[in-house]
Design a protein around this ligand. Structure first.
Ligand code: ADP
Length: 161
């Protein structure tokens, strides 16, 4: 059997404990997992792509089969370029399902040999999104327990005047 390489794409602005939960689960079932940071998705991201990658590298150092990379353009082109077989995505609630289904079906149409695999985070992270974390931090609220400590510290620095 060929080793399975999975790509976990997203904006990770910033990486949350929900993302990390998924990375840990993914690293256990795939031979290798690449967390792929999408460049320039949002016009005004809070963290630059380099900062997002730095934080991801720091918090995934414990997983020996996890790698951090950047990509832009069509996801399926990147997945093919990396010779990966799987796209990993997280589903938090029913509300994620419709969008994720649409994306997965379109990606299947574009590249039928690639499988999208969905994983569920621990229940505690099922309402957690990077957007909410950004909003809370920018308004000076506590994000402890929602993001890794290094991210919490960087958010604190960003939010301070
Ligand atoms: P967000 O939706 O938090 O802004 P991304 O766009 O970076 O994050 O999401 C990348 C992938 O991670 C998506 O598949 C998304 O559903 C998943 N994801 C994001 N937050 C969580 C979470 N708390 N639990 C599980 N999966 C998540």
């Amino acid at each position: 059997m060929k080793p399975i390489l999975a790509i976990y794409p997203g904006s990770f602005d910033p990486v949350t404990n929900g993302h990390l939960d998924l990375i840990e689960r993914g690293s256990k079932i795939f031979d290798r997992l690449v967390v792929a940071v999408l460049r320039n998705v949002e016009k005004t991201p809070l963290f630059s792509t380099e900062e997002r990658c730095e934080m991801l590298r720091e918090v995934t150092r414990v997983f020996s089969n996890v790698e951090i990379d950047l990509f832009d353009g069509l996801l399926v082109d990147y997945v093919n370029r990396r010779n990966a077989q799987v796209i990993l995505r997280g589903i938090r609630a029913i509300s994620d399902y419709e969008y994720e289904l649409q994306m997965a079906m379109m990606n299947r149409r574009l590249a039928p040999q690639i499988e999208t695999v969905f994983m569920l985070p621990a229940e505690a992270y099922s309402y957690l999104s990077a957007r909410l974390v950004r909003e809370i931090a920018q308004l000076g609220g506590p994000v402890h327990g929602l993001v890794p400590a290094v991210v919490e510290e960087r958010l604190r620095i960003k939010a301070s005047p």
